[in-house]
Write a protein that binds this ligand. Structure first.
Ligand code: HEM
Length: 516
């Protein structure tokens, strides 16, 4: 017997959607081809309990894959979900058939908060294409070099912070990443967490995390509720939506308008925004207006999407170095072989740092910040490997399962950078986890080159100058306690303690001599 009290948020949906579910069941009968395999559903509600189980769904889906295969399908109350548990399935559909699999499902509350104006949550179409192009022109591999100096300039404050107050490592990392992103995007130097831009961006991320939770708002279950006036009892969600809509609007407008003003005054630091503005068509061009909105909104989408994800990867790296001191020593030995003390690693050193590259691949595999990527959706019916995939299916790429696929990664729960190396080089026959972690197909993360360069800069410079240990209270590094925060769209380690200090007196001296 199912205990409905465990799933309070789905009870109203159960009642409200029963007629739709019946219609859906009859429509299914008309189809000839089978749907992909999947758990048998209950009459009327279908797979509501599998879909409604929001506790670490990436792990639940990985387990379900053992029974139903690397691609399975669930249906409930009109919602259709296809889970892709292997890289092969993601490549075949999201990349091979990207013309069909590149839409996003947009929940009514997301729309009410205007988060569908952000690239990551926008429906597939011409506005999406325009914004995507605007970002890609500034963040592609040949353009990204324009921002490498910022990674190094902002590094000094991070290194000095880690040396003077190592217990605040989390806040130093967060502040480094925000400084890099805001300076690269808008040419501004922000001042810590209380900076107005930081406050605004964290409010938008909070809103995304609230709206991203399935079943958190009744309007997601019954979209017609949005037409009920705000004075009506039980519509407090409308106030929540308005608050986040305002933040979402300000986050798109304010930093961009600031750059426009600075450009007019001739005092702007070259940045993504100024380069996008320079590249806009002439004011008389009919395309100008739309292109300017695309520039403005794609920048906001980038800085909102980039902070939490990159932070999660950096914190996972610190945690893993404390947990696996032998990996840390090996990576430091490689850096010492390539560079002398006092020389800080740069992007140009990357090809010579093979073991460090393997560490980066293994951190990305071990705790991918977006374990279920972002949902894709189909714009048309499709037939894939003899299965019928209906139009409007929500497609969930399970990055977590791909990273733990024993076909590619033996003993997947262990952290073993060596698995990525063969004959002294990166093993190109193994899937590249630093690609998988950024998603697939036309919606793949446009910030991936920037994110990887920032992450590499953080990893190499930290290893070059500091030792990271489990806190003294822990007898051995491998026994250090940690847990993962699964509460948002992006996951990462919960706050944890660790000891960070300069590797030696000479390293301490190098840090002291660094100039701000
Ligand atoms: C380690 C850091 C990062 C990770 C793990 C990550 C991961 C992802 C993933 C998994 C997706 C969904 C891809 C898909 O739908 O298939 C995505 C989308 C996106 N990412 Fe990132 N990302 C990171 C950093 C960044 C940065 C620095 C930016 C800044 C430009 C950024 C901007 C975006 C945007 C705008 C989208 C939406 C793309 C679209 O829907 O077309 N991300 N990211």
């Amino acid at each position: 017997m199912i205990d409905l009290t465990r799933y309070p948020s789905i009870v109203p949906g159960l009642l409200l959607f029963t007629p739709f579910a019946l219609m859906w069941m009859f429509a299914r009968k008309r189809r000839k081809l089978p749907l992909p395999p999947g758990p048998k559903g209950y009459p009327i509600i279908g797979n509501l309990f599998e879909i409604g189980n929001t506790e670490k769904p990436w792990e639940v889906y990985m387990e379900m894959g053992k029974e139903y295969g690397d691609m399975f399908y669930m249906e409930s109350l009109g919602t259709k979900i296809l889970v892709l548990n292997s890289l092969q399935r993601a490549t075949d559909t999201l990349e091979g058939r990207s013309g069909i699999y590149s839409d996003r499902p947009v929940a009514p509350m997301m729309q009410e908060m205007e988060f569908d104006m952000y690239l990551g949550f926008m429906r597939y179409g011409s506005t999406w294409r325009r914004q995507r192009r605007a970002l890609h022109q500034q963040l592609n591999p040949s353009a990204i070099g324009n921002y490498h100096h910022i990674l190094s300039l902002e590094l000094v404050q991070l290194i000095k912070g880690l040396e003077s107050t190592p217990q605040k490592f989390e806040s130093h990392i967060e502040s480094y990443l925000s400084r890099v992103i805001f300076r690269a995007f808008y040419g501004v130097k922000i001042q810590g967490r209380s900076d107005p831009y930081m406050v605004l961006s964290s409010r938008v991320v909070d809103g995304l995390n609230i709206a991203g939770k399935p079943g958190a708002f009744y309007v997601d279950v019954l979209p017609a509720l949005k037409y009920i006036p705000e004075w009506f009892p039980g519509t407090s969600w409308k106030g929540v939506a308005r608050y986040h809509r305002e933040n979402s609007y300000r986050a798109r407008q304010e930093p961009y308008n600031n750059v426009v003003e600075k450009m007019q005054e001739g005092v702007v630091e070259p940045c993504l925004a100024s380069r996008m503005i320079d590249a806009l068509p002439e004011p008389s061009d009919p395309e100008r207006w739309e292109e300017e909105i695309a520039a403005r909104d794609s920048l906001a989408a980038g800085y909102i999407a980039g902070s939490d994800t990159t932070r999660s990867l950096c914190l996972s790296f610190v945690l893993l170095m404390a947990l696996y001191p032998e990996v840390q020593k090996k990576a430091q030995a490689e850096i010492d072989e390539v560079l002398s003390i006092g020389q800080l690693p740069t992007i140009e050193d990357r090809p010579r740092l093979v073991y460090v590259q393997a560490v980066i691949r293994e951190v990305s595999r071990w705790l991918p910040p977006a374990p279920l990527s972002l949902h894709h959706a189909t714009t048309h019916d499709d037939i894939y490997e003899g299965h019928f995939i209906p139009k409007g299916t929500i497609v969930t790429p399970n990055i977590w399962a791909m990273m733990r696929d024993p076909k590619h990664f033996a003993d997947p729960s262990r952290f073993i950078p060596e698995r990525h190396i063969k004959g002294g080089r990166i093993d190109k026959t193994l899937p590249d986890t630093t690609e998988i972690v950024f998603g697939h197909g036309r919606r793949i993360c446009p910030g991936r080159y920037l994110a990887l360069d920032v992450f590499y800069t953080f990893v190499t410079n930290t290893l070059a100058l500091f030792d990271i240990y489990a806190p003294k209270s822990d007898a051995a590094g491998s026994k250090m306690k940690y847990s993962v925060d699964n509460s948002g769209v992006v996951i990462g380690p919960h706050p944890f303690d660790c000891d960070i200090h300069a590797r030696s007196k000479r390293h301490q001296e190098v840090i002291r001599l660094l100039e701000d």
